[in-house]
Ligand binder design. Structure first.
Ligand code: GDP
Ligand code: MG
Length: 437
């Protein structure tokens, strides 16, 4: 992938005491090749390396940094610039704020509409309304209702109305009358850019005059993503780009090219199918990630978001009273899972993606553990000491695992309980501090 290739490119500089024009040129040739392989537009890649080269040659070679590191920094800074430099916020003016989704079929519009509604509701204290304007497939309206139900957001639809312009206008009137302050209009897409679709979205756009018109694009589609972005931008002059499916095996080229081709910022990224899998797009973090530096800041932020102080206090009380059971253990696992899939999380740890690249990480690494716990009776979960050999056999059968796996989990649980107990006891505060350091 791109990170590995860039890493290889920088190896050329290893062993050189200073940056010379020759080894910089060699390295940048490799960088350019890596960018092209990642589907970055040819001209962008060429300009990119030219800029880095100018800066590298102009640098004081007596710097304390290693030349390789210096070049990595220059490349990182340029990548950041290429992806827009600063974070682009979302415009929430207007009452209600009207947000229009555009993009091809399958790009992730409906999913992202739900994610954005959930984000605005939980993080920005908004009262959003989702609007179903994909009138061509009955399943599409249904899909939005399912999404709405999942996140507790109302969905406006008119199953018998075949005019998306009218539906959108009616929805806005409905929102005004019913105290919704954000209206998110989900639209129909086609598999490829076609005139009919463009005309329709242009008509909806003209009628409802959204504060934010967002173009949703599947980051796995490479150069095509850039062409589609251009076509939609020509018609809609949209305000921002949403890159979806960044959790997949994407080559990252779309993120690098789109901003410079349409000159519109990437505002959010989608990193999974779940409603929580939405992230504000940070160009500098993305650049670091591409370069394999990991994304520690995002990781820490996600952990903090999922951490609930009140829950933690309750848990501490339980531990103190020896009441920590498998139900609590399960809740802990679910917390960790909410942070994202294991592959994503590993990708955010600096160096880890490289170290783990040959290790097969299961998408759901906790599957067995959960199955085992689900096969326990409530009494067993509350009081693990009840679980004798006979019960272990039953649990293994019920969960489709082996007794050894049940034993292993019991052991892990035991160790975890002991450790938590220890951290709470006298001197526990110090132990916590020690671990924190
Ligand atoms: P639409 O046709 O543009 O409305 O696209 P949908 O929202 O229906 O999404 C198409 C498919 O992509 C669905 O199966 C979604 O679950 C999936 N999808 C959407 N966003 C993401 C994402 O960020 N990551 C992954 N892995 N899948 C996604
Ligand atoms: Mg859809």
């Amino acid at each position: 992938n791109l990170s590995e290739k860039l890493d290889k490119a920088f190896h050329i500089l290893k062993g050189h005491g200073k940056i010379t024009e020759v080894n910089v040129a060699d390295t940048l040739k490799e960088v350019r090749r890596a960018l092209l392989d990642a589907d970055v537009n040819f001209k962008i890649a060429k300009d990119f390396t030219a800029r880095v080269k100018d800066k590298a040659i102009g640098q004081d070679v007596l710097t304390t940094l290693q030349p390789g590191q210096l070049l990595v920094k220059l490349v990182k800074d340029e990548l950041t610039e290429l992806m827009g430099g600063d974070v682009a916020g979302i415009n929430l003016q207007g009452s209600p704020t009207v947000i229009l989704m555009s993009g091809l079929q399958g790009s992730g519009k409906t999913t992202f509409s739900g994610k954005l509604a959930n984000y605005l509701k939980t993080k920005k204290n908004k009262k959003p309304l989702l609007v179903a304007c994909d009138i061509y497939r009955p399943a599409a309206i249904n899909q939005l209702h399912v999404v709405g139900q999942q996140i507790g957001v109302d969905v406006y639809s008119e199953p018998d109305n075949k005019n998306p312009v009218v539906i959108a206008e009616n929805a806005i009137a409905f929102a005004k009358a019913n105290g919704f302050n954000v209206v998110i209009v989900d639209t129909a897409g086609r598999l490829a850019v076609d005139q009919e679709m463009m005309d329709e979205i242009a008509r909806v756009h003209a009628a409802i005059k959204p504060q934010e018109t967002l173009f949703v694009v599947d980051s796995m589609t490479g150069q095509d993503a850039v062409n589609t972005a251009k076509a939609f931008n020509d018609i809609l002059n949209f305000d921002g780009v949403i890159l979806t499916k960044l959790d997949g095996d994407t080559r990252g080229g779309a993120a690098l090219s789109i901003k410079s081709v349409v000159n519109k910022p990437i505002k959010f990224v989608g990193t999974g199918e779940k409603m929580e899998a939405i992230d504000v797009f940070y160009p500098d973090r993305m650049a670091e990630r591409i370069l394999g530096m990991g994304d520690v800041v995002s990781l820490v932020e996600r952990a903090q978001e999922q951490f609930n102080e009140e829950e933690a206090r309750k848990l501490q009380k339980k531990i103190a009273k020896n009441e920590f059971g498998f139900d609590d253990f399960l809740a802990q696992i679910q917390q960790v899972k909410k942070m994202g899939n294991m592959k994503d999380l590993v990708g955010m740890i600096p160096g880890a993606s490289k170290a783990m690249k040959d290790v097969q990480i299961e998408d759901d690494a906790f599957k067995h553990i959960e199955a085992i716990i689900y096969s326990m009776t409530p009494a067993e979960r509350k009081k693990p000491a009840l679980i004798d050999v006979k019960r272990k056999n039953r649990i293994a059968k019920g969960s489709g695992t082996k007794v050894e796996q049940v034993n292993q989990l019991m052991k892990q649980f035991d160790q975890m309980s002991k450790m938590m107990k220890m951290m709470q006891g006298p001197g526990g505060k110090n132990l916590m501090k020690m671990m924190g350091n």
